[in-house]
Design a protein around this ligand. Structure first.
Ligand code: 5CU
Length: 383
């Protein structure tokens, strides 16, 4: 952890409030919480489409000696005291909480506005109970009609601890390049609420091949599916002109922008060499066209959840400097499997180490990435 007196801020840290867990318990399809005889210690949280084969196998024969699907639903997911313990263990001064995936994406349109109001109020109350230590990114009822979503934006804008919203990549159902989403993105930008963009859907299971479900655990969907999903979502927004249409929009991209820092050059080159885009006047040099690099440096922040110096250096380069990077942990995901969960988490140490290795242990940049950037960008001083 940072050997500095500056504040350490975790901008990528999730929770499921107890009322949300109750909804997952009442469900029979993913996302679902269920107990399995093969794993008596904790109920299991089954979230990802890639976990469907394991869920099917466990349900087909509850006595079979199969690996149960999902991950153990430990108190880390829903218990505020546990979140504070985790923060204290890792010398994290401030956490910007967010509902974990898949947010309210699966909720029926009629139920979504009420549930959003309840969940966001619960987050604000949690934050109020620990003054100065907790803020949150709100969840929006994206399955509801647009007026209800706009009403939700107005609601969260008024919550004292809300500092933005967390969005998945599906938008209103057709992705973030959907013109129907523009009024909502404009309202968020006008309300000075950055969008924390987080993946959930990954890539189709077929991509992982026939052996993945039984042999490769969650590695492929999490290590590759998530970052590629984020990359595609932002590339689509860029190609659709969303960043130009909403110049005040600010986005914080999870996992250091997926693979964008590495692929932005290729995306830009493919644009410049695309005949259709050139004919339509969308690829030419000059003429005021902002490149994807411009957008990354003007409208995008990246978290520092990339687990390696190499990735983090690329992220800093793509974002145009360390001042646009913000530390995160992804708690409660990626707990240590071979040591006590109440102690230090290796996943956190990897991300903190990457910062120190990339920019130098006692540097101004390290203090910025570890916390001071988030304090500045997300206005984390309480009045
Ligand atoms: O382990 C996982 O499935 C996840 C997840 O679902 N969401 C996340 O943010 N990190 C890991």
């Amino acid at each position: 952890m940072a050997s500095t007196k500056s504040r350490v801020v975790d901008v990528h840290t999730h929770m499921y409030p107890p009322s949300y867990i109750d909804i997952l318990r009442s469900r029979s399809e993913i996302p679902v919480v269920r107990s399995f005889p093969q794993a008596p210690d904790h109920p299991r949280l089954v979230l990802l489409a890639a976990e469907q084969p394991a869920l099917d196998a466990a349900l087909a024969d509850p006595t079979a000696a199969v690996q149960p699907p999902g991950r153990p639903l430990t108190p880390h997911y829903a218990d505020l005291a546990q979140k504070l313990h985790f923060m204290d263990t890792h010398a994290i001064d401030i956490s910007v909480l967010s509902l974990a995936n898949p947010w309210l994406d699966f909720v029926a349109p009629d139920d979504a506005p009420g549930l959003a109001r309840q969940v966001n109020a619960e987050f604000d109350a949690m934050c109020a109970s620990r003054p100065g230590r907790l803020f949150f990114f709100a969840a929006l009822p994206l399955t509801a009609p647009a007026p209800a979503i706009l009403e939700s934006v107005a609601h969260v804008r008024g919550l004292p601890h809300c500092r933005g919203v967390i969005l998945g990549t599906s938008g209103l159902g057709e992705g973030l390049d959907d013109p129907a989403l523009l009024p909502i993105l404009r309202r968020l930008a006008d309300a000075d609420l950055p969008v924390f963009l987080h993946p959930h859907y990954g890539l189709p299971n077929e991509v992982w091949g026939p052996r993945a479900a039984a042999e490769y655990g969650h590695v492929l969907p999490l290590a590759l599916g998530f970052p590629v999903e984020t990359t595609v979502a932002v590339a689509r927004m860029y190609l659709a002109g969303v960043f130009d249409a909403v110049p005040a929009l600010r986005m914080l991209l999870a996992h250091s922008g997926g693979t964008l820092p590495f692929l932005a050059g290729r995306i830009e080159s493919c644009i410049v060499h695309d005949g259709q885009l050139l004919r339509e006047g969308r690829a030419g040099k000059g003429k005021g066209r902002r490149t994807i690099w411009d957008v990354l440096r003007e409208q995008v922040y990246l978290d520092a959840v990339v687990y390696s110096e190499v990735g983090l250096k690329a992220a800093i380069g793509a974002a145009g400097g360390a001042g646009r990077l913000m530390f995160g942990t992804d708690h409660p995901f990626f707990p240590p499997l071979e040591s006590d969960e109440q102690g230090e988490w290796e996943s956190v140490g990897l991300n903190a180490r990457a910062v120190m290795d990339a920019v130098g242990e006692d540097s101004e940049e390290a203090r910025g990435i570890m916390g001071e950037n988030a304090v500045r960008i997300l206005r984390l001083e309480m009045d």
